[in-house]
Write a new protein. Structure first.
Length: 324
């Protein structure tokens, strides 16, 4: 056997013995832009995983919805075309009804309560809820407190929504919430909101303050009312197949990096919201108001009665409302 053949045989033996490992490559997709705080947090996650696994696990980040909508990417996750995604709780309702609880208005009474719940044992149960659907949760990201913003008048009490066409997510909870408050819910994709506001298809929408600046909606609307009716978490999920590709040590690194990304995101998000409010007021001249929340809470009580009929949702809602 010549030296070349001997060298090839040696390399083959090393590969067989597991001494030479090709990097595990994964795809992580979501629909936000590169400059969004969540995208920056996901990049932090990707970098930490690659660094701590010494390059043995490499994750490619796909932004701006280039691989499809949240629903489409979740389906790709199930069939193995995508390994991870960041997705809103409302999109996960289709895979397990337990996620409907997170879309209930006024589920969390403050930002601190939100983080206590999402960093505690309650969240661990939620992460495992979708395992039978082919994926599990790794961590969460704060999607911000959602409030109403409109073109023609501020929403300072539920009655102000009467006759107003309000864009909502295509979620039963969001639709019923606006109906109960007296408005006309209009489900639209996020990317359609700006034009719909311009053309008068809708009179307003509901989202966190960054929609005014990053989404440019503040160029069209003139009122933002901090009723803070919702705080719907985003989840970073990984397919069961992708998790099974990893060694126990690599799985631990991925989980730790995910938690660190959430901590990193919190600081970015708080700064982004503060900047958005300042720019909306001083550059876009959006009028900010802080209405009394009690009438809004009262208006949506029937939603709780409806959802608590599901024993699993009732148990989760009861646990969350008990956290102070």
């Amino acid at each position: 056997m010549n030296k070349l053949m001997m060298g090839i045989a040696a390399v083959a033996m090393m590969v067989t013995a597991g001494n030479v490992n090709a990097a595990t490559r994964m795809k992580l997709a979501h629909n936000l832009a590169e400059d969004h705080p969540t995208s920056q947090a996901l990049q932090h996650f990707v970098d930490e995983v690659e660094q701590k696994t010494n390059g043995d696990v490499k994750i490619k980040l796909f932004l701006n919805g280039v691989l499809g909508s949240e629903r489409e990417v979740l389906e790709q996750l199930q069939n193995g075309a995508v390994d991870m995604t960041r997705v809103g709780a409302s999109s996960l309702e289709n895979f397990d009804s337990i996620f409907q609880a997170f879309t209930l208005p006024y589920l969390f009474d403050s930002e601190d309560t939100f983080y206590k719940v999402m960093e505690g044992p309650i969240a661990d149960k939620i992460y495992a809820a979708s395992k039978d659907s082919g994926f599990v949760g790794l961590t969460f990201f704060d999607g911000g407190a959602r409030s109403f913003y409109t073109k023609d008048r501020p929403i300072n009490k539920p009655e102000d929504l009467k006759g107003e066409k309000i864009r909502v997510m295509n979620s039963h909870t969001s639709i019923r919430m606006v109906e109960l408050m007296g408005g006309t819910p209009t489900p639209l994709a996020y990317g359609e909101i700006y034009t719909a506001l311009q053309q008068g298809v809708i009179d307003g929408a509901e989202n966190n303050p960054t929609a005014l600046t990053l989404g440019r909606h503040g160029e069209v609307v003139k009122y933002y009312s901090f009723d803070e009716h919702g705080r719907i978490p985003d989840f970073l999920v990984i397919s069961n197949k992708a998790m099974d590709k990893l060694t126990p040590e690599q799985q631990a690194i991925v989980k730790e990096a995910a938690r660190n990304a959430t901590k990193f995101h919190r600081g970015l998000w708080e700064a982004a919201v503060k900047t958005a409010i300042d720019e909306a007021q001083n550059k876009l001249h959006v009028q900010i108001s802080y209405p009394e929340k009690a009438p809004f809470r009262e208006a949506v009580k029937p939603l709780y009665d409806e959802y608590r009929k599901d024993p699993a949702i009732n148990e989760l809602v009861t646990e969350i409302l008990a956290v102070k």
